[in-house]
Design a protein around this ligand. Structure first.
Ligand SMILES: Nc1nc2c(c(=O)[nH]1)N[C@H]1C(S)=C(S)[C@@H](COP(=O)(O)OP(=O)(O)OC[C@H]3O[C@@H](n4cnc5c(N)ncnc54)[C@H](O)[C@@H]3O)O[C@H]1N2
Ligand code: MOO
Length: 392
C-alpha cells in the first residue's frame, strides 16, 4: 500500500499530453487548447471605430462646429469633414479619416446645425485605432492557450469559425456488479440502482470531456477480460468502478493482469478509496476506482483529475487546496489519511456527518473535501484545515 503523496506523484509522472490535433467548430472549442499559433487575417478593429455616441470632429481652435451629416454603425461611406466641421456618429461606427476625435454627446450642446463643445479635446479621443487589438498577419493567440469563453469571443471577432486544438481523450466508464440495475426497473431483493456511471459521466462533462461511453459488465471473469481488452485497445482512458477489492467476485484486478496491463499502483493508504488501482497499457491509462460511490468520486477528483489535466497539456494541475477554518469537530477512526465530505463557505468549512465511502447523500450536498493527514487524528472547531475545492 502506498501513500497518497506517492500515488499522486506516480500519476503526475506517468501521464502525458495526447498531442493529437483535431479541428473544432469555434463554438464547440471551449476548454480545448490551441494546437497551433493563431494569426489574424484582419486588423481588429478593421476600421477606426467610434467608442461613444456623439460627434466626430475635424478639430479647430474654436468650440463651435458645423454639423454636416450622420454616420451609423454599419454605414459604409466616408463623408469629407473640413476644419471646424462635425458629423453625428454612434458607437461602433466607422470614423472618417478626416475626423480627429469623437466627443460624447453628453459634453455637447446642439443648436440647429451647430454644436458647441465644453472644451477642446485631444486627437484620437474616443477613437479605437485600426488594429488596436491585433493587426493583420500578427499573432492573435499563442499555441497552448486554453480556449475560454473570452478567447472564443476574441477569435470569433477575427472571423475564425473553426480552430485546430489538441484532442481530448476518448474515455470509457465501466461499471461492474451483478447487483446493479437500471433506473425504471423495479428493485429486486439484493439489487441497487447503478449510479456510478452517471456520476462519473457528469463529473467528466463538468470538466468538458464529452467523448465518454458507458459499459456495464457483470461479475464474470471472461466478460470482464473481453470487454476491458476491447476498451483498452480503443480508448485513451478507461475508468472502471467496482470489482477491484479482494472478494471472490472482484475480477477487475485479475482481468487487468491477464491483459498485461502495467500496474503503476494498487491500494493507497487513504479513506475512502483504499483499493484504488492505476495502470497503463501502451498509451491507454486505466483507473479502477472502488465501487463504493463516494470512494469512486473522491478518487476521481484526487487522481483521475490530474491524469485528465495532463492529457490536455495542463501540466500537473490538481484541484485547488486552501486553508479554511473548521466549523466542526471530527474524530478520525483508523490510521488512514482521510478525505471528508464538507461544505465550504467564505473561508470556513463544515465537515458533514456520514462519511462512509458508500454515503452519496452527504456527497450530494458537499462542495469540498477536507483532508485529514496521517499526522492528525482529530479536528477541533476553529482549527485550520486543508480544504480541496471541488469543480462543480
Ligand atoms: N475483505 C475486505 N473487503 C473489503 C476491503 C478490504 O480491504 N478487505 N476493502 C473495502 C473497501 S475500503 C472498499 S472501498 C470496497 C471496494 O470494493 P470494490 O471496488 O471491489 O467494489 P464492489 O465490491 O464492486 O462494490 C462496493 C460497493 O459499491 C457498490 N457499487 C459498485 N458499483 C456501483 C455502481 N456502479 N453504482 C452504485 N453502486 C455501486 C456495490 O454495490 C457495493 O455496495 O471493498 C471493501 N471490501
Ligand atoms: O476505501 Mo473504502 O473506500 O474505505 O470504503
Amino acid at each position: 500500500m502506498i501513500s497518497i503523496e506517492e500515488a499522486i506523484q506516480i500519476v503526475k509522472k506517468t501521464t502525458k499530453p495526447l498531442l493529437g490535433e483535431t479541428i473544432k467548430p469555434i463554438e464547440k472549442s471551449g476548454g480545448y487548447k490551441l494546437f497551433k499559433n493563431v494569426y489574424s487575417d484582419i486588423d481588429m478593429p478593421p476600421f477606426r471605430q467610434a467608442a461613444m455616441d456623439g460627434y466626430a470632429l475635424h478639430l479647430h481652435d474654436g468650440l463651435t462646429y458645423n454639423l454636416i451629416g450622420e454616420i451609423k454603425a454599419g454605414d459604409n461611406f466616408q463623408p469629407y469633414i473640413k476644419k471646424g466641421e462635425a458629423v453625428r456618429i454612434f458607437t461602433g461606427a466607422a470614423v472618417p479619416d478626416t475626423a480627429h476625435a469623437v466627443i460624447m454627446q453628453e459634453k455637447v450642446k446642439n443648436i440647429g446645425n451647430q454644436i458647441n463643445i465644453e472644451h477642446n479635446i485631444l486627437e484620437n479621443h474616443n477613437i479605437r485605432p485600426v488594429g488596436e487589438q491585433v493587426k493583420k498577419g500578427d499573432l492573435a493567440l499563442k499555441k497552448d492557450t486554453k480556449l475560454t469563453p473570452a478567447a472564443i469571443g476574441y477569435l470569433s471577432s477575427l472571423g475564425i469559425s473553426e480552430i485546430s486544438v489538441y484532442k481530448k481523450p476518448s474515455i470509457a466508464i465501466v461499471t461492474t456488479g451483478n447487483e446493479l440495475i437500471e433506473a425504471k426497473n423495479k428493485l429486486g431483493y439484493g439489487q441497487i440502482y447503478e449510479s456510478n456511471s452517471k456520476m462519473l459521466q457528469s463529473a467528466l462533462y463538468n470538466l468538458k470531456f464529452y467523448d465518454v461511453t458507458i459499459h456495464k459488465i457483470k461479475d464474470n471473469y471472461n466478460q470482464t477480460v473481453t470487454k476491458l481488452n476491447d476498451l483498452i485497445i480503443n480508448k485513451d482512458l478507461v475508468i472502471i468502478t467496482g470489482g477491484i477489492s479482494v472478494g471472490d467476485y472482484d475480477f477487475v484486478g485479475k482481468a487487468l493482469n491477464q491483459l498485461e496491463v502495467y500496474e503503476h499502483f494498487y491500494k493507497v493508504k487513504q479513506k475512502p478509496g483504499k483499493p484504488l488501482y492505476y495502470g497503463k497499457k501502451e498509451n491507454t491509462l486505466i483507473f479502477a476506482l472502488p465501487g463504493n460511490p463516494a470512494a469512486a468520486l473522491t478518487c476521481f477528483y484526487i487522481y483521475v483529475y490530474i491524469a485528465l489535466q495532463n492529457m490536455m497539456n495542463n501540466y500537473n494541475i490538481e484541484l485547488p487546496r486552501i486553508q479554511a477554518i473548521s466549523l466542526s469537530n471530527f474524530e478520525k477512526k483508523g490510521d488512514r489519511p482521510q478525505f471528508l465530505k464538507a461544505i465550504y463557505k467564505n473561508g470556513s468549512v463544515t465537515i458533514l456527518e456520514g462519511q462512509s465511502s458508500a454515503m452519496q447523500q452527504t456527497f450530494a450536498i458537499s462542495n469540498a473535501l477536507v483532508f485529514v493527514p496521517d499526522s492528525k487524528s482529530r479536528i477541533k472547531k476553529n482549527d485550520p484545515v486543508e480544504t480541496i475545492i471541488l469543480p462543480l
